[in-house]
Ligand binder design. Structure first.
Ligand code: NAD
Length: 410
């Protein structure tokens, strides 16, 4: 497996060449501004003390406080956290929200821990990083295997240490603890706004557009639901047990079926496929919404969709990107397609620092404006330089950060 930070830097190099990036800006963007490595001792339920390693990478705060999730996973590494913080910088700048890039993680398997142990680990992590976070410095959020409850514990520990309220120190909190409306489906909703813009550009009408979605979890199932409400034909979906294909699936019934049986497989009126086959279906739009690295040099040649909308993070490898580009398949990249999540996180922070609570309607209106503008800017950048949308998003984002950097640092 290639090193994620090296991949991130090769993406920076690619964009820098196209836009003829200022040398000073390039040098600044080659590394994070600050990386914290902490040891977090936790008294386990059996009385033993275990020490966990945690990280927080603060890549760049030119456009606003660092922003990015905290991941609890056994595969967390410093290079992964650094790469993810770089991608957060790019994502926030792509959609033009006033946040920088950050990311954190702890090397741990939370599935092997009790709730109390996870609470002590989460509070212990904050005890080590609290001087470097805060609503005006660095605003973490949930990521893989971290939850709204964990965000609440972290907020409470942080406020104990600083001695005052600061609800905007962390986002992704439960609504009752300062969380935002729409957060639950924000990623999918942002992806839907991208699909609607894409359909305009590519002259697709909902009734004639077939969609396949890999992954029927939080992001994928909401995407299926909203798109089918808008008249799109969601014809195939999958989860970790397998994939199904039919004609215009009834998503509400499918959700009920999945709740009852634990999987989408076996839903009435559908045939079963593998998770590889769903990617190669003859559809108009393919939405990877599960794992990274699923579209690779091995299967990219077989992809038949006209467009790929990346709700998952990193589903397409760089080699596959090249193949899709040659085949004329448009890829709406993760840093744009799934940025609805971080955008509503930013709204949560904004509400918290202003002491407000916005309605669902208000948030949807703001989210739509941000996503539509970002989509069109990336599209125009793609046209301007004759490049793919991923590279265009990087160019646009790095242009924004670079302009800010030149005014301050250089
Ligand atoms: P989730 O855990 O709710 O759902 C993941 C889905 O993928 C599940 O349905 C699972 O069964 C399925 N899955 C697992 N292994 C699979 C396999 N081998 N083949 C097909 N499906 C498989 O996760 P989520 O929050 O929906 O996140 C999905 C992706 O979207 C991730 O890449 C995540 O980083 C990205 N993302 C999510 C958010 C968010 O707000 N939820 C924000 C940004 C990006």
């Amino acid at each position: 497996m290639s090193n994620p930070f090296e991949n991130a830097m090769s993406q920076l190099d690619k964009a820098a060449k196209i836009m003829d990036l200022d040398k000073g800006v390039y040098e600044v963007l080659k590394q994070p501004e600050r990386v914290l490595t902490v040891s977090v001792p936790v008294k386990m339920d059996n009385g033993e003390v275990k020490v966990f390693t945690g990280y927080r990478s603060q890549y760049n705060n030119t456009l606003g406080p660092y922003k990015g999730g905290i991941r609890y996973h056994w595969n967390v590494s410093l290079d992964e956290v650094k790469a993810l913080s770089f991608w957060m910088m790019v994502k926030c700048a792509t959609v033009n929200i006033p946040m920088g890039g950050g990311k954190g993680g702890i090397i741990v398997n939370p599935k092997e821990m009790s709730e109390g142990e996870i609470e002590r680990l989460s509070r212990g992590y904050v005890q080590k990083v609290w001087r470097n976070i805060g609503s005006d410095k660095d605003v973490p959020a949930p990521d893989v295997y971290t939850t709204p409850q964990i965000m609440s514990w972290m907020r409470s520990e942080y406020e104990k240490l600083v001695g005052h309220d600061d609800p905007g120190v962390i986002t992704g909190k439960p609504i009752e603890d300062g969380g935002s409306e729409v957060r639950g489906y924000s990623t999918a909703q942002g992806g839907v706004y991208c699909v609607l813009e894409l359909a305009n550009k590519m002259s697709m009408t909902p009734a004639d557009t077939k969609v396949a979605i890999q992954g029927f979890g939080n992001a994928g199932s909401f995407m299926a639901k909203i798109l089918s409400e808008k008249g799109y034909n969601v014809v195939a979906v999958s989860d970790s047990r397998g994939a199904i294909k039919g004609s215009a699936l009834d998503i509400e019934k499918l959700e009920a079926f999945k709740k009852e049986t634990g999987s989408v497989v076996g839903f009435e009126g559908t045939e079963e496929l593998t998770n590889e086959e769903i990617l190669e279906l003859d559809v108009d739009i393919l939405v990877p919404a599960a794992l990274e690295n699923v579209i690779t040099a091995d299967n990219a040649q077989q992809i038949k969709a006209k467009a790929v909308v990346e709700l998952a993070n990193g589903p397409t490898t760089p080699e596959a990107d090249e193949i899709l580009k040659e085949k004329g398949i448009v890829v709406v990249p993760d840093v744009l397609a799934n940025a609805g999540g971080v955008t509503v996180s930013y709204f949560e922070w904004d509400q918290n620092v202003k002491g407000e609570h916005w309605s669902e309607e208000d948030i949807l209106e703001r989210l739509e404006r941000i996503m539509v503008d970002a989509f069109n800017e990336v599209w125009d950048t793609k046209e301007k330089y004759s490049i793919d949308m991923r590279t265009a998003a990087f160019v646009k984002a790095i242009e924004r950060v670079g302009e800010g950097l030149k005014k301050t640092l250089i």
